[in-house]
Design a protein around this ligand. Structure first.
Ligand SMILES: *[C@@H]1O[C@H](CO)[C@@H](O)[C@H](O)[C@H]1NC(C)=O
Ligand SMILES: *[C@@H]1O[C@H](CO)[C@@H](O)[C@H](O)[C@H]1NC(C)=O
Ligand SMILES: *[C@@H]1O[C@H](CO)[C@@H](O)[C@H](O)[C@H]1NC(C)=O
Ligand SMILES: *[C@@H]1O[C@H](CO)[C@@H](O)[C@H](O)[C@H]1NC(C)=O
Ligand SMILES: *[C@@H]1O[C@H](CO)[C@@H](O)[C@H](O)[C@H]1NC(C)=O
Ligand SMILES: *[C@@H]1O[C@H](CO)[C@@H](O)[C@H](O)[C@H]1NC(C)=O
Ligand SMILES: *[C@@H]1O[C@H](CO)[C@@H](O)[C@H](O)[C@H]1NC(C)=O
Ligand SMILES: [Zn+2]
Length: 488
């Protein structure tokens, strides 16, 4: 059994990749020339969309929904997930709960919580395995493979990507296109380049000061950019992520409101609230985050009280972009519904009741997988060894055909209807049917990750008894939680 100190030391080794302030705002340069051009008579919706400040489909700004996207970054842990739910505790005009998007990095993430978040209709997206800037293909793919194997998120439902530290290049965008993602959301929009989401057929139209908008740099037909919308603080300095760190809650609310009004009373471009939930979560020994969080919660509640304001995932936003309707018709769109599957028995699909105490997640149906920086619970098989960048989905610790084996999600079952214990898809009607036709994210452009992680072979033989016991797991997971706090 490893001591807590050892665990911390091991975890600290990983810290170096987190230490750079991923919070706050990256360098943002306003103005300058924008070489982007796009001919709307040649770029035809829904496959192609020019960058534009005005709503798509000729919808008048006053008739457009005011979308608000609340996004969360990095690992998913019990307290962080609770913070996210506290922020999303408002309703959309059609009575459904607000939805959010989570850009998930793998280390310290509990996959049972990812599955639970996803099962509530929220979005799960890719934020790499180890959380590095200018990520390799392998970093992006490893995360996608783990999210499928341990959280049951099929590649076809993993639509989005955000670069850690928002540090991306043209190659990053090319790679996410090659791996079949629908969109990137790493670029920054301020005022002059405050575009609705657009496709990269004609290149990027944001962050042009880096040279990335120069003709020929990026041309990725059908791949969307969802710009991150910066807000100007009271000194006109653009703030992007964790804006609540830039002033007192009262001041931040004031200038956030001014920026929201510019969108709402203007061209109704989406408004973003970009959160690292660690900053809004209380940890023993760290400054109390209660006031910060209440400031954000009150701001969100004030937005929710206005007509035509919808809290959506970036995935939902893009469904609307591809088929825009006036706000008056949004309530009836299929992607805005909030039904839950009624399965004939309780299955491990993310909707069962989980208990979590401190950072340990338990449930009747979930497995606990105990590795040093990879402690997590899952509805699926625990890996036989700790996942790594090279081998994000090691062979199962339990062999097919032996007790406790969980059958991986197949490509032809909606994950909400998949019973991994029985190895059975409980969906029997066309309304719940699903076929994953995504471009496989296992691509030849990547180096050495296990391919076909979705269907681990029957040869998983590693003894599950090698995993540390629950006490060690508790200490280790707590170490991970502390670490998260230190990262700030
Ligand atoms: C982006 O990430 C790369 C690789 O991690 C790093 O070398 C570079 O300094 C980063 N750039 C910025 C602006 O953070
Ligand atoms: C593949 O690995 C080689 C060397 O190991 C490295 O130079 C290259 O950048 C990697 N390619 C990707 C897409 O990760
Ligand atoms: C912005 O507000 C802060 C108080 O939060 C104040 O100290 C500062 O002087 C203000 N700056 C400007 C440019 O108004
Ligand atoms: C949960 O934590 C509380 C406070 O630490 C403790 O009193 C309680 O016994 C714990 N419950 C379980 C089931 O471990
Ligand atoms: C953590 O896991 C890695 C990968 O399995 C392993 O190499 C390392 O020895 C482990 N460290 C501890 C302290 O268990
Ligand atoms: C598990 O074993 C059964 C029986 O041999 C086989 O039909 C099934 O395809 C295997 N499942 C996987 C995921 O390999
Ligand atoms: C993978 O290889 C095939 C054929 O060798 C090629 O057509 C395809 O473009 C490659 N994909 C990537 C992402 O490199
Ligand atoms: Zn991040």
């Amino acid at each position: 059994m490893k001591s807590l100190a050892t665990s911390l030391a091991v975890a600290a080794a990983f810290l170096s990749s987190f230490v750079l302030a991923q919070d706050g705002t990256p360098t943002i340069v306003q103005g300058g020339t924008n070489p982007y051009t796009c001919d709307p008579t040649k770029c035809i919706a829904p496959k192609c969309m020019c960058a534009s400040q005005t709503p798509p489909g000729g919808i008048k700004p006053a008739d457009a929904p005011q979308f608000v996207t609340i996004t969360f970054d990095d690992s998913v842990q019990p307290e962080l997930l609770q913070t996210a739910y506290d922020l999303l505790n408002v309703q959309n005009p059609n009575g459904c709960k607000a939805k959010g998007s989570w850009y998930v990095s793998m280390m310290y993430t509990d996959f049972s919580l990812v599955q639970s978040w996803f099962a509530q209709g929220n979005e799960v997206a890719d934020h790499t395995f180890t959380h590095v800037g200018t990520p390799s293909a392998q970093e992006i793919q490893a995360a996608a493979d783990m999210l499928k194997a341990y959280a049951g998120v099929p590649h076809g439902m993993l639509k989005g990507f955000r670069a850690p530290f928002l540090n991306y290049t043209a190659d990053t965008l090319k790679e996410i296109a090659a791996q079949g993602f629908l969109y990137d959301t790493s670029a920054t929009a301020v005022v002059d380049d405050c575009y609705w989401p657009y496709t990269l057929d004609n290149g990027l139209a944001n962050d042009c000061w880096t040279g990335i908008c120069n003709p020929g740099t990026v041309n990725l037909p059908g791949v969307w950019e969802v710009p991150m919308y910066a807000v100007l603080d009271n000194a006109s300095i653009p703030q992007l992520m964790d804006v609540y760190l830039a002033g007192t809650p009262a001041d931040v609310t004031t200038w956030s409101q001014t920026n929201f009004d510019r969108h709402y009373n203007g061209n109704r471009q989406p408004f973003g609230i970009y959160v690292h939930p660690t900053h809004l979560t209380n940890y023993a020994g760290l400054p109390d985050a209660t006031a910060l969080k209440s400031g954000v919660v009150s701001f969100i509640q004030s937005l929710a009280s206005k007509p035509d304001v919808w809290f959506v995932t970036n995935d939902q936003l893009l469904q609307w972009m591809q088929n825009p309707v006036p706000a008056s018709q949004l309530a009836s769109q299929s992607y805005m519904q909030c039904s839950k599957p009624v399965t004939p028995k309780e299955i491990c699909n993310g909707l069962e009741n989980l208990n979590y105490n401190s950072t340990v997640v338990t449930g009747d149906l979930i497995n606990a997988c105990n590795f040093n920086t990879s402690n997590f619970a899952t509805c699926f098989n625990c890996p036989g060894s700790a996942p790594s960048l090279q081998t994000p989905v090691p062979a199962s610790g339990v062999a097919n055909g032996t007790a406790g084996y969980r059958t991986p999600l197949p490509d032809n079952c909606n994950p909400l209807w998949w019973d991994p214990v029985a190895g059975q898809c409980l969906c029997t009607t066309s309304s719940c049917a699903y076929q994953d036709t995504s471009v496989p994210k296992q691509q030849n452009s990547t180096n050495g990750t296990t391919s076909g992680s979705a269907s681990p072979s029957t040869s998983g033989t590693a003894a599950s008894s090698a995993a540390p016991g629950p006490v060690a797991a508790t200490a280790l997971t707590m170490a991970a939680a502390l670490l998260t706090a230190f990262i700030l």
